[in-house]
Design a binder for this molecule. Structure first.
Ligand code: ADP
Ligand code: MG
Length: 237
């Protein structure tokens, strides 16, 4: 599902944080929103997912204008840095939750959870509680929960920020594998340029609420259009 932001504008208390942003994420693409802290990455992602209303412009999923739809009607899967699994529920129940709230049949829930658990390589963990899992395993459960409804769009906000360096490497390629296998359109928000370059087809670099360059990792790296982009790509945090 293609995602289009048309003149997307967001203000908080009269302060314009995002000013007429235009962005197209192609069907099946994984795009990184990359930039320093405070540049407006999460604000943009929250608007796409429906947590924030837009103050101007439009957000389209395919032909559908979702700007005024609540989150539940947008068919998005989200994984945030604090992926907050329900500690009192089993892994199975955590993943099933988005389906049980909409009252899918037990057989449908069972099948969907087992399919997505297989894709995310956690089939053997379904009876455990989140507290009994490693950070990487919890992340897989959060991904499975985000994907179990077969959303049109996957939104990831700094999903690897809480993992140690070794797990972060492993989960980079795992998230990318899962995105490619499902063919889902995805936006990855990150301040880590290596993460953006290694996981995404294209990178949109943001500064002060604006996209200042959008390119493939290779083109961005070999042809940075401003010294800010060059510096940002060249200096790991
Ligand atoms: P990033 O995710 O790139 O670090 P954010 O999108 O969280 O940046 O924030 C962009 C700007 O918007 C920051 O200046 C931040 O202080 C401001 N901001 C974000 N959310 C709110 C909010 N709920 N109320 C007021 N200001 C906000
Ligand atoms: Mg953020």
């Amino acid at each position: 599902m293609q995602i289009v932001l048309k003149d997307f504008t967001k203000t908080f208390d009269g302060n314009t944080v995002i000013d007429r942003m235009n962005l197209t994420v192609e069907d099946g693409e994984m795009l990184a929103l990359l930039g320093p802290s405070g540049c407006g990455k999460s604000t943009t992602l929250f608007a796409v997912c429906g947590i924030h209303r837009v103050n101007g412009g439009q957000i389209l999923f395919g032909d559908r204008d979702v700007s005024n739809l609540p989150s539940q009607q947008r068919n998005v899967g989200v994984v945030f840095q604090n992926y907050a699994l329900y500690p009192h529920m089993s892994v199975f129940e955590n993943i099933a939750f988005p389906l049980t709230v909409r009252k899918d049949s037990k057989a449908d829930v069972d099948r969907a959870v087992r399919d997505i658990a297989e894709l995310t390589h956690i089939s053997e963990l379904l009876e455990r509680r989140p507290g009994q899992l490693s950070g990487g395993q919890q992340q897989r459960v959060a991904l499975a929960r985000a994907l179990v409804r077969k959303p049109d769009v996957l939104l990831l906000d700094e999903p690897l920020a809480n993992l140690d360096a070794k797990l972060r490497l492993e989960m980079r390629s795992e998230i990318r594998r899962i995105q490619l296998e499902t063919g889902i359109t995805a936006i990855l928000v990150t301040h880590d340029q290596v993460e953006a370059m290694s996981m995404c087809e294209r990178i949109a670099i943001m500064k002060g609420g604006k996209i200042i360059q959008i390119d493939t990792p290779k083109d961005m790296y070999s042809n940075p259009r401003t010294s800010f982009v060059a510096g940002f790509l060249g200096n790991p945090p």
